[in-house]
Write a protein that binds this ligand. Structure first.
Ligand SMILES: [Zn+2]
Length: 276
């Protein structure tokens, strides 16, 4: 299941809260939910301060998503089904809600991390007509940052190369950020060479997904490498990397990611088929 809501948009549309509007609130790595779902505006409104002004964060088709103004402190009392839960809960939610939460979190963190102008250090304010921050003193305009990243399923015949990094328990695909001046393919070749010391060939683009959790856009590829060549792991990044036969590959624990999709396509044999 690949994240990415087809109707999601962050462009301000001048919407006002209505019966079906949603309310999103992040606080200290947690998100406010109503019985494990994104709450409706009307469920949260009675708990908001009297002078509260809703901020139009995004919309998905006709469903507007409101939040607090990015630079105000707000804690909503947990009652009547409203609870703050770890944002990681999006991984086990239906795809549509998971996509909204991940992208709203991306935008929310961008606001949190950009309060002052980098040019003149004056306060930044949300622009009313476009999704941007404007400096109140010098007019500097900032747009939301998206970090491009690449992820690759490397195969050789019936085997796939998986790596385990120092932070995670499971084996996963090689991935990394694109650096300034690189093409996606250049980034892919560099990451694989740095992390496992292998040359890749027959590179094929498979698709992409927004990954708001790290503020990035993941571009997914299939590539081939020679499994007789030695693997040289980058010890600062990886604990281990090795080739796995199809029947030895376990599904990833969380379904909502392009990495899960790539591994499942390898497991059921469709990763190769689509090349023909
Ligand atoms: Zn400025």
């Amino acid at each position: 299941m690949i994240l990415g809501h087809p109707d999601f948009s962050v462009s301000p549309a001048g919407l006002h809260p209505s019966g079906q509007s949603l309310f999103v609130h992040f606080s200290n790595g947690k998100i406010l939910l109503n019985k494990n779902e994104l709450p409706l505006w009307k469920a949260v409104q009675p708990s908001l301060p009297q002078n509260f002004l809703p901020f139009e964060l995004a919309h998905a088709g006709k469903t507007a998503i409101f939040s607090a103004h990015p630079y105000t402190e707000l804690i909503i009392p947990e009652k009547d089904g409203l609870r703050y839960q770890s944002v990681d809960i999006f991984r086990s939610m239906p795809l549509e809600q998971a996509s909204l939460i991940a992208s709203c979190l991306h935008l929310w963190r961008w606001y949190e991390n950009n309060r002052f102008c980098g040019r003149c250090a004056s306060p930044l304010m949300p622009d009313p007509s476009e999704r941007a921050l404007r400096c109140t003193a010098c007019g500097n305009l900032l747009f939301p940052a998206i970090a491009p990243a690449v992820i690759v399923a490397i195969t050789c015949g019936d085997r796939i190369l998986l790596a385990k990094n120092h932070r995670h328990q499971h084996y996963a695909l090689i991935a990394g950020y694109v650096e300034v001046g690189e093409t996606l393919e250049h980034a892919l070749r560099r990451e694989v060479m740095e992390e496992v010391g292998l040359e890749i060939h027959d590179i094929r683009y498979l698709g992409d997904q927004p990954w708001g959790i790290s503020g990035s856009q993941m571009f997914a590829f299939h590539a081939k490498a020679d499994d007789t060549k030695p693997i040289r792991i980058q010890a600062s990044e990886l604990k281990d990397a090795r080739w796995f036969c199809r029947e030895d590959v376990e599904p990833l624990p969380h379904k909502v990611s392009i990495a899960y999709e790539l591994i499942e396509r390898f497991r059921d044999g469709t990763l190769e088929e689509e090349r023909e």
